[in-house]
Each structure stands twice: as C-alpha cells, then as structure tokens.
Design a protein around this ligand. Structure first.
Ligand code: GLU
Length: 598
C-alpha cells in the first residue's frame, strides 16, 4: 500500500494517521480500490427542499471545477483548458469570487486549502487563516461590566478585522503547485472588474438585508444607488479600485498587498473606522505568514478522509463523526430515516463536545489532535450512543494527551458568507479550498474595492470560563478557531475519490459529513448527495432542513429525546467525485454555484 497517508504517518507528528492505517489495514486488504459506485436511487429520501432540483451531476473526462458563482467556475475552467493546475484554477476562481461574491470571501479574508498531488499521492494543507493584530487582547470584546458584547455590536468596523491571510496562502500553494504564471491567474478577475458584472439576485438580497453596510461611506457607495437603494439584481457593477489592486498584486505578488500603499490603506480603514475603530499596524500585515500544515486523516471504512487541522475544527470534527459512524452499517439504513438521522446527530454531538473543549490555534494551545482521532478512542465514544435514546448534551471525552485546557465556546456565526471551491485538473491533482471573510460582508469595511473580514469574532468573546482560560481566547498573533472543513477522500491505493466542502459556520461540519456519507455509504451521485436534506447537531438541538422530507421525522426524533428545530440550513456544498465513468461535479442549488467539466 503506497499512499500519502502511510508516508505522512511516518513523518513526525502525524501519528494519528499511522494508527488509522493500522486499524484499517484489514479493511484495506479486502477492498483496496473503492471508487464510489452509483447505486439504485432511493425513493423519497434523495430530495432537498425543492424536489425539482436537478439530480444529474456535471460530467467531465479531463478536469472539473465546482464553485459558488458561474463566472468564477468559468474563469477556473478557462485556466484548466489553458493547461493550468488545480491550484492555478482555484486562484483564478477565487479572484473572481472576491469580485462577484464579495459578501462571502475575498483577498481581505482567509481560508484553508487542501491539495492532493497526483504524482506523489501527497496531501498538504495551506493555512491562510487570519491572525489577531498585535494590539489584540483577551478582554477586547467585553463591555464595561465585564460582559461579552453582542456579535452584531462588534462585527461592523475595525475592531473585528484580523490580518488577512488569503493571498499569502495562494502564493505559497502557487509556488509549490502552480503551472501557469501568477499574473495570468488574475486576468479574468481584472477584466470583469473593469468591464463590470451583473449583481446576482443573491448578492442583491444580501445587500438589501444588511443593516450595517450603510454605516461606512465607501461600502455604501459601492452597493447602493445615489438614492440609497440597494443596487438591483442585474445592475452592472464596475469595480475599478479592485481591478487596480489586483493588477498590482498580479505584477508584484502578494507583497504588493502586505507592504506599501494597499497595506497602508487597510490600516487606515481599520483604525479610522467610524464605528469600532481597531488597532492594526503595517507591521501586522508585513509579518503575516501562511502555514503549511500536516492534514488530519482518518480511515472511514475503506477510504481515507483528510481535512484541515487546527486552527480549524472542521477536519477533526468531521473525521470524528465519520470515525464514530463507522461502527454502524449506515449503508443498510435509508438516507432520510429516523435511524440514520439519529445516529449521525448523536455522533455529531460527541464531536462538538470535543471541538468546543479542545480545539484552538495549535501554535498557542496544545490540541490533543492524535488522541481525538485515535480509532480506539472513537470506538469508546461510539459506545456512548444509544439507538433508543438521545444523549442530550454530550460531555467531552478524554482523549490522550489531555492538557490543562478550558472550554471554548463557539464563536462562529452562521451567515450566508464563506465559499468553497473544488477542482481536479487533467493530471489528477485536486484542490479543496474553503475561504471566508466570516459573516456576510465581513467587517463591512471596504478598501480599494474589497471587503475586510471580521474574523476576530471567531475567537471566544469570554477569556475565561469556570475559572479557567478558554482555549480559543484572543491573543496577539493567534488564529481564531474555524469550522471550515475542506475535505479530500482517497481510496485504498491513495487515489483521489472526492473533493468537497461548504460554507455555513459551525454547521459546515454536518453538511460535509452528510455529503460524504451520502456518496460513500448511500451511493448517491455527488449532486444528489448535495441536494439531500441537511440536518445538524452541534451538541444541542437537532436541526432539520425546512421544506424537506426530514421534517416528517420530528415526532419520531422527539420520542428518542431530541429537541427539534426546523431551520433553513443553507449549505453551499461544492464537490467532485471520481467515478468509474470519469469526473462528476455537484453544486449546491441552495446557493448559485455550478460545476463545469470537460
Ligand atoms: N468564520 C467561519 C469559520 O471560519 C465561517 C463562517 C461561515 O461559514 O459563514 O468557521
């Protein structure tokens, strides 16, 4: 068995992979190749909120990209057609997303990229998570009485802005896996910013629904008419300042953003914000570094799933859910059945109990990653689940290497922000990348045509709880806890099977786990798996997606002890699955994404 996980397992610090390899060796021996087969459709269970959603995935034989906006997916596909790598296509798509989906992600934010190199089978993670400015301190989100301020009170303005990381991440990935020149990847976005693009109905709705955009003059001038109305869907929006900023970055690299006039303007906007002025310096920007990290990987039945490590909880929590579920024969259960929803919700409670207790920036607190992904530990956690009664609120487990860690309340907000791009290129290299400016329109501060993030609010507002420091408390230079879960799934021979991820705050974890189970266990194609009704449990209420067949499970789940809430649960899943018949791509109809392949 020659695949990256085994090699990764031999590298220092990646022993959770090695243990997983040992635990799954038997399964691997019996089924070394496990490309998902599309099974018989399961009547009734495959629908999301709208039954007429297309269930056919996009097909391709050479390459494929799935992204949140057709213009972004198109730019990525053009790069793939010009011989670009998966990383090249992801960069081009991300630059277009900065322009056309400004409410969700962009160069003023950060993210995580997982990369699969077909030749070596290696999976790497590029961490472009934002960092707290040096002036940040654990008490900055408390009011005069020592109480945490409201999210909506601190998000708009300069105090919530963390040092953006996206461009350093992309630059690092491009240096290692880019094929086309960096500058070429900016051409589609520059051209669109100059010529203009049509405001999408979703962007219009987000502008119309936001209370804070008008508080900041440059932002208001861009998104509203001179009469103060949100620019209508279809309005052609030109963004000359962004075109100019992108041109500089195309020509001089990410340095053009982190030093010089753009960096100075970011600092000016943050510190001079009319509301909640912050304390960022040009040195904060100049000293930002993206980090290459070891992926967290775990065998799920005969597949190897890999995700982003801390400071994102997305990888560990998704893998814990899968690791707990593998004790159960999910394939024998119907996708929309009470049994399956109960089981996945319970596994998710257990994963969130650990997430909220142990995970934060590993450069600041010891995170027991290996212990949390130990198959033996997950086996014990699985035993806590009863098929006849919900756990209610699950307690955290005691993974090995338990340090003196305090609880980390969930700082992530659930908005319509964040975006996910999946790409597989003609050589079989893959990218799974989730990026974000945190909430919708981030801090609402606009600099040179792009929005700055409010990622500081992903830290715990409370520095201490029950007399102990919270692991996700604010500290200068620290990365806030994330839930972003870009995921890659390989088969037993280390070959690419699936790239997937989603926006959705801490709900991301459930959306991604559902899609993986739907493809691998229920044999749905990637589009059906994405369409499949969402449900979530973040160690509290069980949420079922509104207007879906799942709503009918309410009484049965209540009988098992679940407290049920019916919610919109708007994921933005974008995935690609390698099948025996080639590449298949799926995009979430809950948003406006699309998958394009050739
Ligand atoms: N800021 C969140 C995180 O990093 C993502 C927000 C969202 O998906 O809406 O987990």
């Amino acid at each position: 068995m020659a695949h990256s996980a085994e090699r990764a397992g031999k590298r220092k610090g990646a022993f959770w992979c090695l243990r997983a390899v040992a635990a799954a060796a038997l399964a691997m021996a019996v089924n070394a190749c496990a490309l998902p087969q599309q099974g018989e459709p399961r009547a009734g269970a495959v629908s999301g909120p709208v039954s007429k959603w297309p269930s056919e995935p996009a097909h391709g034989n050479r390459h494929m990209i799935a992204a949140a906006h057709p213009l972004a997916a198109r730019a990525g596909r053009e790069i793939l057609r010009s011989g670009g790598s998966a990383v090249d296509a992801a960069i081009a798509a991300q630059m277009v997303l900065t322009l056309v989906e400004p409410q969700s992600s962009g160069i003023g934010g950060g993210g995580f990229m997982l990369h699969y190199a077909a030749e070596s089978g290696e999976v790497s993670v590029y961490d472009g998570r934002e960092t707290a400015p040096k002036a940040a301190n654990p008490y900055m989100f408390l009011d005069g009485r020592g109480e945490p301020r409201a999210f909506a009170d601190v998000a708009p303005g300069g105090i919530s802005v963390a040092v953006p990381g996206l461009l350093r991440l992309l630059e690092m990935a491009h240096k290692e896996h880019g094929r086309l020149p960096w500058a070429k990847l900016f051409e589609p976005a520059i051209e669109l910013a100059e010529k203009g693009f049509a405001v999408s109905p979703r962007l219009h709705k987000s502008v119309a629904g936001d209370k804070h955009l008008k508080s900041f003059a440059p932002t208001a001038a861009y998104f509203f008419t001179s009469g103060g109305k949100p620019k209508a869907a279809g309005t052609v929006l030109v963004n000359k300042p962004l075109a100019e900023a992108l041109r500089r970055i195309a020509e001089h690299g990410a340095d053009a953003f982190y030093h010089g006039p753009i960096a100075k303007d970011i600092v000016k906007a943050v510190n001079g914000a009319k509301r909640n002025p912050g304390g960022m310096t040009v040195d904060d920007l100049a000293s930002y570094e993206a980090k290459k990290r070891e992926a967290v990987c775990l065998f799920y039945r005969v597949w190897l799933a890999c995700g982003a490590p801390p400071p994102s909880a997305g990888g560990i929590a998704t893998l814990q859910i899968l690791g707990i579920l593998q004790r159960y024969d999910l394939a024998a259960m119907e996708p929309g059945s009470t049994e399956a929803v109960h089981l996945i919700a319970e596994a998710s409670r257990l994963a969130f109990a650990d997430r909220d207790t142990y995970i934060a920036d590993p450069d600041f607190v010891p995170v027991p990653t290996a212990g949390m992904l130990d198959p033996g530990y997950l086996g014990l956690r699985a035993k806590e689940i009863s098929l006849t009664e919900s756990l209610g609120v699950a307690a955290p487990g005691m993974p090995a290497v338990g340090a003196d860690l305090g609880p980390a309340p969930d700082g992530a907000a659930h908005g319509l922000s964040t975006t996910h791009v999946s790409v597989i290129d003609a050589d079989g290299n893959a990218v799974s990348m989730t990026t974000s400016i945190e909430t919708v329109f981030g801090s609402r501060l606009m600099v040179r045509g792009f929005l700055l993030n409010n990622q500081m609010t992903d830290f715990s507002f409370l520095p201490n709880k029950d007399g102990a420091p919270v692991v996700n408390r604010i500290a200068a230079g620290k990365r806030p806890l994330s839930s972003m879960a870009p995921t890659l799934v390989l088969d037993g021979q280390g070959r690419m099977v699936m790239a997937v991820g989603s926006p959705g705050g801490s709900w991301i974890i459930g959306y991604v786990a559902k899609t993986i189970v739907a493809v691998l266990d229920w044999k749905l194609n990637i589009q059906e798996a994405i369409n499949l009704a969402n449900f979530s449990n973040r160690n509290g209420v069980t949420e079922l997606e509104r207007n879906t067949p799942l709503v009918a499970l309410k009484a049965a789940l209540e009988k098992l002890g679940h407290e049920i809430r019916i919610e919109p649960l708007i994921s933005g899943l974008h995935g690609i699955v390698v099948t025996g018949e080639g590449l298949t791509g799926g995009a979430d109809p809950r948003r406006q994404g699309v998958a394009f392949g050739d």
